[in-house]
Design a protein around this ligand. Structure first.
Ligand SMILES: [Zn+2]
Length: 401
C-alpha cells in the first residue's frame, strides 16, 4: 500500500527544475518519491485522507547536493589559519609541517573506525544545513592501503548517515613527500595499483585529479583520467584553481562530469565548458577563506551557457565549513549570481555534477529529499547569512531533521 504525503501551507515551492517558483502550492509525495506540485486547495481535495505536513508558511526546496567535499580527514589545521593571518605563505606553512601533507600523515596514523567516528558529526552538521546528498573524496592517503582505508570509511558512512554519499577516488590529490623526486613512479602507482584496487572493491564512482602547477601536470592528469575511464570511473578534475593551465579544456575534452574551482579559467576554458556536458563547479568558500579577492567568473560562465554548480569544498585546510547556505551568500554577494541561480546551482547543478537525475530537483519521480526553510521568500536563504534557517529536512520522504 502506497503512502501519500502532502507538504502544504508553503509560501513558496522551489522545484529547481527551471526558473519557476510556485506560490500557495503543495508538494505531493508518494512513499519516497515526488509525484508533483499542485495548487494547495486542489491537493487536499484530490488526496483526501493523505498525511499532511504543515510547512507553516515556509519555503520548500530540494535538499542541497554538495558535489565537492573532502569530508573524511583526521584533525583540524587551525594553526595554519593563524599562520596565514600572520602573513606566512603556502610554502612556508608547508615547511612548518602544514598543508595537505599534514592531513596525509594524520590520516595515515588513524584507523578506519576513527575516520568514521570523526566524519559522522561532520556529516550530520551538513544535514542540519540542508545537504541531503554529498560527494566525498579520498586523497589524504596517497598510498594504496590508506586510500582504500579512506574509501572504505566513506562506504561505511553511507550506511550510517541518512544522506546519499557519492564516493570519489582522489589518489592524485598531491604527490606524497616520499615520491617528490620520482613523481612518474607515483603516477604509475595510481594507474597500475590504486585504480585497479578501487575498481575491484567498487569503492568509488568517480576519479578526480588535482591539475595545477605544483600538483599534477596536464600530461599526468590525462594519463590518470584516461586509465580511470577504462576502469569505468566517471571523471572529475580540480581545474584552474589559482593559475590557468588549460584544465577546464581538458575536462571538457575527456567528457568529465565536472571541472571544479575555476578561479583562473581562461576564455577558451569558458567556451569549452559551455559547449560540453561538463559542469562548472564553483567553490567560493575556499577563495573567501584564503582571503582572495577574485572569484570564479560565474556570470560569464552562466551567460556563455555553461551549467554551474556550487559546493563547499569542505576540507580542513582551505574550507572548514559544511554550510551550503553560506556558499549561496558568497555566490550572490561575490559572484553576482541571483539567489535563485545560486539555489539551483547548489541543488540541480550539483546533481548534474555527479550525473544524477533523481536528486536536486522536485521532478516527477525524483527522491523526496526536501528542505523546509523557515523563511517566506527564497532570497532570504542566501541573504540571512551565517544563521541558516532550516526548519526540517526529509530524505526519501522521511523526516531526518
Ligand atoms: Zn577539492
Amino acid at each position: 500500500v502506497s503512502r501519500i504525503t502532502i507538504f502544504t501551507n508553503t509560501s513558496q515551492v522551489v522545484p529547481c527544475i527551471d526558473e519557476t517558483v510556485h506560490e500557495n502550492a503543495a508538494v505531493i509525495v508518494r512513499d519516497s518519491r515526488v509525484v508533483g506540485i499542485v495548487p494547495a486547495r486542489q491537493a487536499l481535495e484530490t488526496y483526501n485522507g493523505a498525511a499532511v505536513v504543515d510547512c507553516e508558511g515556509g519555503v520548500l526546496a530540494p535538499g542541497f547536493v554538495d558535489s565537492h567535499t573532502h569530508s573524511v580527514f583526521g584533525g583540524w589545521r587551525a594553526a595554519e589559519y593563524e599562520m596565514r593571518a600572520r602573513g606566512l605563505d603556502y610554502m612556508e606553512i608547508a615547511r612548518r609541517g602544514g598543508g595537505i601533507n599534514a592531513s596525509v600523515s594524520d590520516l595515515r596514523r588513524r584507523t578506519e573506525d576513527e575516520l568514521v567516528e570523526l566524519a559522522l558529526p561532520r556529516l550530520y552538521e551538513m544535514l542540519r544545513h540542508g545537504t541531503t546528498t554529498v560527494e566525498i573524496k579520498s586523497g589524504y592517503g596517497l598510498n594504496v592501503e590508506d586510500e582504500l582505508k579512506a574509501l572504505r570509511a566513506i562506504r561505511r558512512l553511507s550506511q550510517q548517515v541518512p544522506m546519499r554519499i557519492i564516493p570519489t577516488f582522489l589518489g592524485a590529490h598531491d604527490v606524497p613527500l616520499d615520491y617528490r623526486e620520482r613523481r612518474a613512479e607515483y603516477v604509475d602507482l595510481i594507474i597500475n595499483e590504486m585504480l585497479p584496487a578501487v575498481a575491484a572493491e567498487k569503492l568509488a564512482l568517480f576519479c578526480d585529479v588535482f591539475m595545477e602547477p605544483g600538483a599534477f601536470t596536464r600530461e599526468e592528469s590525462e594519463r590518470i583520467l584516461t586509465a580511470a575511464r577504462e576502469h569505468g570511473f566517471l571523471l572529475k578534475l580540480h581545474a584552474d584553481e589559482f593559475e590557468n593551465s588549460g584544465a577546464a579544456e581538458l575536462a571538457a575534452k575527456l567528457g568529465a562530469a565536472s571541472a571544479d574551482h575555476l578561479g583562473a579559467i581562461s576564455d577558451a576554458g569558458i567556451e569549452a565548458l559551455a559547449n560540453s556536458e561538463t559542469v562548472a563547479t564553483l567553490l567560493p568558500a575556499t577563495l573567501f577563506f584564503l582571503g582572495k579577492t577574485a572569484y570564479a567568473p560565474a556570470r560569464r560562465l552562466i551567460d556563455a551557457g555553461a551549467t554551474v554548480a556550487l559546493a563547499t569544498d569542505y576540507n580542513p585546510g582551505t574550507a572548514p565549513s559544511t554550510s551550503m547556505p553560506l556558499v549561496l551568500t558568497m555566490a550572490v554577494s561575490q559572484m553576482r549570481m541571483t539567489p535563485l541561480e545560486a539555489l539551483r546551482a547548489a541543488t540541480a547543478g550539483g546533481a548534474q555534477a555527479i550525473r544524477r537525475r533523481d536528486v536536486g530537483t522536485m521532478s516527477e519521480g525524483a527522491w523526496a529529499d526536501l528542505v523546509l526553510w523557515n523563511v517566506s521568500d527564497l532570497r532570504e536563504i542566501a541573504y540571512r547569512f551565517g544563521t541558516p534557517p532550516v526548519a526540517g529536512v526529509w530524505l526519501a520522504g522521511n523526516r531526518v531533521i
